[in-house]
Design a protein around this ligand. Structure first.
Ligand code: MOS
Length: 751
């Protein structure tokens, strides 16, 4: 992989696409970056929630008298003494919350771990001790906790439909009909969810772990029942979120109410254990895939019927049909969905929501079809490449899945593959080779930004987005450098605060594509004003010239086509005008309002190849090699983009082999609700990972042609693993994660 460049300047326009190291890297590695839980204020009090120990029922009585008398205890909040909170307008995309039910709204219990009280103390230790002293008597109802959803017989929603799928399936000469299961997975970002709430008069500032400060502000204003201008949300750094931090969770409102009651700043940080019960998870999905094909491998029918669990509070549809309608050409298709309620917390988006479990099922079924047909799995996909998006009838803005397949085939060395199960060996180990295709939507929503060319020679870009850890600070600095030639040490990227112009949410891999037009046009507009000043301000060497003959490069204003040294530093123009700074505003129009984009099918594509090593004698399965070829438009920062795919591949190995949240069947408590018990892929599980970007600009997205990187790197890993496992062992694992028991039992059956 290319080494990072600590570009201080000089790259000019070539900075777009370069492997630039994060500008916030030194702040993070020296511990100077302030994450939410790092915000401390005078008189800061600490809040600790009390959690339900049952999964379903109601609170009969709650005794706080012992806790209230304990040292340092300032306040105990519960349903009986809680401030009035409100719900947000349902399905209002401008103000989304994770759970419709505000905390302590009633005495009902919907899941184990639900917050039933909040203890606030002078210190974290005092609050923790007092929280343990709160006693709760429950009226317990039978809980619905069965993992399997398969006995669901209720109504189904039609998600997508074309042709006559059942008739076509009946008449198809080759058929696949299988069920695929993906388990509950829990987000484990390195940084725990936290809120630090502070009131001044009737205005609240919330230091938050939020992937979307703007949405958080609008949602919290509704929940607290106060005007939006009275809520400020600040998220300076995030230790990732993976979708769990997109929308507010109950702890945010609890911290706000406690701080208001006490008229003191209050910090509420979730424990890792609470991360398993109170802030979302990827729900369990059960999918039936029926594929009909001709004997030469042309798809004739595709049916996907999926179920996912949700909570009793919220209807969360995982959206497993996301990639199904357009990935392959098939004349007859139907997708249906339904939700099954369980006594768990409310599920939430988790990296590549919908598409990731959906593609595990579809790509597994495609691999099974390739085997049934005795056609190479790459060839099967090539034979079903669509000419347009058959789900919507739209043209693709830019689709290079075929080239992903061809480049990946080369890079992985697929030609050396022998198809027979267990036929490939290396160093006494059996090798399995598998592959899968992947896709993820390309999104561009609305955003605004300002760029200020300052009298002190600095360039300031401002937008209320946030850096979830992916490199947003750096991408913004790159665009400012590209536009002005000013080096990084004179560029300020100011994000993560709702006092700034409305910016993008950091989700769906869309923050870059959404922010680029706003920050780029803000820089262009600031420069236009600068040039106007340069030709109209007394003392300027360019007085009375044509402003269109001027350009800004290396931080200097000069005549077009001449060296920048012939001009003057931009700040001289600002100072001549007696200004503190020249501000330009910029705006991104969402794709669905853009005549150039709204009628196009906008998606990213990838292909992932996996090699596993299987040692049946000691039942050891390892992923030894992953090759990923990605078509995500033009890359803005090669290093940050590569990091995104590397991380996603490691997460994919976890999804394939390790991750699964299991609930205890009587209480609903997660059995493996800790970092010690919940298995995730670590460095030791990470193989050699090769990442290639095709780098075709998608100009329907923005002037740079960037679509967005991140989630797509996860989407094909698990089905490529199970395909490789089949190739090595002859066992088709249709329920994730792949467990050694699955493979051992097969060995025993054979023996
Ligand atoms: Mo992602 S699941 O949109 O943070």
């Amino acid at each position: 992989m290319a080494n990072g460049m600590d570009a201080a300047g000089g790259l000019g326009k070539n900075i777009i696409g370069a492997p630039i190291s994060r500008i916030d890297g030194p702040l993070k590695t020296t511990g100077t970056a302030r994450y939410t839980a790092d915000f401390h204020f005078a008189y800061l009090a600490h809040a600790v929630p009390v959690q339900s120990t049952i999964a379903s029922g109601r609170i009969k009585s709650l005794n706080t008298s012992v806790a209230e008398k304990m040292p340092g205890v300032l306040l105990v909040l519960h349903h009986g003494n809680m401030d009035k909170l409100y719900r947000v307008v349902p399905n209002d995309s401008a103000a989304t919350t994770s759970e419709a039910r505000p905390p302590f709204e009633d005495e009902k219990i919907y899941h184990w771990g639900q917050f039933v009280a909040l203890v606030v103390g002078e210190t974290l230790e005092q609050a923790t001790a007092a929280a343990r002293a709160v006693t709760v008597e429950y009226e317990t109802k039978p809980a619905s906790l069965k993992p399997s959803l398969s006995d669901y017989t209720g109504k189904r929603k039609s998600v997508s439909k074309r042709g006559d799928v059942d008739k076509a399936f009946l008449g198809a000469p080759v058929k696949i009909d299988q069920n695929y299961i993906t388990p509950v997975e829990t987000h484990n970002p390195i940084e725990m969810h936290s809120t630090v709430a502070m009131w001044e008069d009737n205005k609240v500032t919330l230091y938050e772990t939020s992937q979307g400060v703007w949405n958080h502000r609008l949602a919290m204003a509704q929940i607290l029942g106060i005007p939006r201008e009275n809520v400020q949300v600040v998220t300076k750094f995030l230790g990732s979120g993976f979708g769990g931090k997109l929308f507010p969770w109950p702890h945010s409102a609890l911290a706000a109410v406690a701080a208001r009651r006490l008229d003191r700043p209050v910090k509420l940080s979730l424990s890792r254990k609470m991360m398993f019960t109170n802030v979302g998870h990827r729900p369990r999905c059960e999918q039936r895939f029926k594929i009909g094909a001709t004997t030469d491998g042309k798809l004739v029918s595709l049916r996907q019927d999926y179920l996912n669990h949700t909570s009793f509070i919220d209807d969360i549809d995982e959206g497993c049909g996301e990639a199904t309608p357009y990935l392959y050409s098939v004349p007859n298709l139907e997708i249906t969905s339904a939700l099954v309620q369980r006594n768990t917390g409310t599920p939430s988006p988790m990296r590549g929501p919908g598409a990731v479990p959906g593609l595990f099922a579809m790509e597994s079924a495609m691999d099974e079809l390739a085997i049934a047909l005795k056609i190479d799995p790459i060839e099967l996909r090539l034979r079903n490449e669509p000419l347009k998006d058959e789900g919507t009838g739209q043209e693709f803005s830019s689709r290079h899945l075929k080239e992903c397949l061809e480049v990946g085939k080369q890079k992985f060395g697929w030609d050396k593959r022998t198809a027979a199960v267990g036929s490939m060996k290396r160093d006494g180990k059996i090798l399995g080779w598998g592959m899968a295709a992947a896709s993820w939507g390309a999104y561009r929503f609305g955003a605004t930004a300002t760029v200020e060319l300052c009298a002190d020679g600095r360039v300031c870009v401002r937008s209320a987005t946030q850096d979830v850890g992916t490199g947003t600070y750096t991408v913004f600095a790159q665009v400012m450098h590209e536009k002005t030639g000013v080096p990084f040490d004179r560029i300020d990227v100011i994000i993560g605060d709702t006092s700034l112009p409305e910016g993008s949410m950091s989700g769906g891999s869309w923050a870059t594509a959404t922010s680029l037009p706003a920050i780029s046009s803000a820089a262009t507009n600031a420069t236009k004003t600068l040039m106007q000043m340069a030709v109209s301000t007394t003392g300027s060497p360019f007085l009375d010239q044509d402003p269109s003959k001027l350009e800004l490069s290396e931080g200097r204003v000069h005549l077009n086509g001449q060296a920048s040294s012939t001009g003057i530093p931009f700040e001289e123009v600002v100072k001549l005008g007696r200004l503190k700074g020249i501000i330009g505003e910029g705006k991104t129009i969402p794709t669905f309002e853009d005549p150039k984009a709204k009628d196009l099918s906008l998606h990213s594509y990838a292909v992932q190849f996996v090699e596993v090593e299987w040692e049946p004698e000691i039942a050891r399965l390892r992923v030894s090699r992953v090759v990923t070829v990605v078509d995500v438009g033009r890359i803005i920062n090669l290093k940050a983009a590569t990091n995104q795919i590397l991380g996603a591949v490691v997460m994919g190995i976890g999804m394939g082999l390790l991750e699964q949240t299991t609930y205890e069947q009587r209480t609903g408590q997660p059995i493996n609700g800790s970092m010690a018990d919940y298995l995730m892929a670590t460095c030791a599980d990470s193989p050699k990972i090769d990442v290639t970007f095709l780098n075709y600009p998608d100009l329907a997205m923005n002037e740079y042609g960037a679509r967005g990187v991140g989630e797509i790197g996860l989407a094909g890993v698990a089905p490529a693993i199970t395909a490789a496992v089949y190739h090595a062992t002859g066992i088709r694992v249709r329920e994730l994660p792949v467990r050694i028991e699955d493979l051992l039992q097969a060995e025993l059956r054979e023996a």
